[in-house]
Design a protein around this ligand. Structure first.
Ligand SMILES: O=P(O)(O)OC[C@H]1O[C@H](O[C@H]2O[C@H](CO)[C@@H](O)[C@H](O)[C@H]2O)[C@H](O)[C@@H](O)[C@@H]1O
Length: 363
């Protein structure tokens, strides 16, 4: 395995040297403190804000959970009780879907593919592709990613899916015939790009960020078409404030852009009110499920940006959010899965369950 292919845990949940570090899952009765994350990072000129950036970068990249910080908790319910495993709760999930059309929404990085050092090598396994293909046979299925739509398509390679790239700012329907692809009947695929006017600005900022960050070893700027990623996974932690400073120096000239965070990545995107949650709602509407009670959207994701979709589901009181995480995180999701291999198992069980319903005499 080359260095580029090494699988990287964002958080190492098990105590090795420090006896105060909790094992995961935590013992019953012990809950886990919420890391302090800034929802949006303020882009200002004053010194202290950079410290806030760096604190937030560290908080979004936890390496362990310390028992000593448990005393600050106000909610003592164990995390796994609040967000039980979707595999363990599989029967409850399927019974909630009785009489309803499941619509699947799948994030890509950290959900369908494991997190790796090099974003260009975040490949999805053939087994995962096979199960996603099967899922799409039974349920309308969308990939919702922060990546550029073409790039995520090149990883997934399934023409029968909906794709929402650039955090939902670039939506396209299936290019291959699909029974749920209503728009293809008129041979026009769904296409929605609410941030088109920002393209020149995003390209300009991309060039500026490449130039500014080239002196920081390990920093990588990725052009995701309607948004940008500045990766710091391979940057020495001592250089994080330098990187944050460089990014801020570029962004202060662009008040129409905002900064959010993902897994060891700073995400730069237009200030428009559009995110993965809005994309989920748009897709449900495109599929004819706008004000419908007989639909069960299921969204599986691992990242801060997926929280916008989890929140939409929670607010609609409809559907299921499933967070992929090995460690407890503050989330609006109802269920959890630990890693992409569990996502694959969950999808596989969903397909088998649906198939069994179609067999006369079964269930
Ligand atoms: O919405 P997603 O599909 O989860 O995309 C979010 C970002 O994912 C990618 O970065 C993350 O995965 C990389 C590969 O495993 C990893 O190296 C990086 O540290 C992670 O943040 C992608 O490269 C970004 O552009 C996406 O915004």
């Amino acid at each position: 395995m080359t260095k580029q292919n090494v699988l990287i845990p964002d958080a190492i949940p098990v105590a090795v040297r420090d006896p105060k570090i909790l094992p995961y899952p935590p013992p019953r009765g012990i809950s886990i403190p919420r890391p302090k994350l800034l929802k949006h990072i303020e882009i200002g000129n004053t010194g202290p804000r950079i410290n806030a950036w760096v604190d937030s970068m560290k908080a979004s990249s936890p390496t362990h959970v310390k028992a000593s910080s448990l005393s600050s908790l106000d909610d003592q319910t164990p995390w796994m009780d609040k967000h039980p495993s979707a595999l363990r709760m599989f029967e409850q999930i399927t019974s909630a879907s009785k009489g309803k059309q499941i619509v699947m929404f799948l994030d890509y990085d950290g959900t369908l593919s494991p997190i790796v050092e090099d974003p260009d090598r975040a490949f999805m396994s053939d087994a995962m592709r096979t199960v996603v293909r099967k899922v799409a046979r039974y349920f309308p299925t969308a990939i919702v990613s922060g990546r550029c739509r073409d790039k995520v398509y090149n990883f997934v390679k399934l023409a029968e899916l909906y794709y929402a790239g650039s955090h939902g700012m670039d939506i396209k329907g299936p290019s291959k015939g699909h029974k749920y692809n209503t728009y293809n009947k008129s041979s026009r695929a769904v296409l929605f790009q609410p941030a088109s006017e920002f393209l020149p600005m995003i390209d300009e900022v991309y060039e500026a960020l490449i130039e500014k960050t080239k002196s920081i070893p390990g920093a990588k700027v990725e052009n995701n078409k309607f948004c940008l990623s500045v990766h710091y996974r391979c940057v020495d932690e001592k250089k994080w404030s330098g990187l944050a400073e460089q990014v801020r120096s570029v962004l202060k000239a662009y008040p129409k852009l905002r900064l959010t965070q993902g897994r060891k990545v700073l995400e730069i995107r237009p200030t428009i009110k559009w995110d993965k949650g809005k994309a989920l709602e748009f897709l449900l509407e495109s599929l004819g499920f706008a004000d419908c009670n007989d639909v069960l959207p299921v969204y599986i994701g691992d990242d801060r940006t997926d929280e916008d979709a989890f929140k939409v589901l929670r607010e609609r009181g409809q559907g299921l959010g499933i967070l992929v995480s090995k460690i407890p995180k503050d989330t609006n999701a109802s269920y959890s899965l630990q890693e992409p291999s569990e996502v694959r198992d969950f999808l596989h069980r969903l397909v088998e369950w649906k198939r069994s319903l179609d067999i006369p005499g079964c269930k």
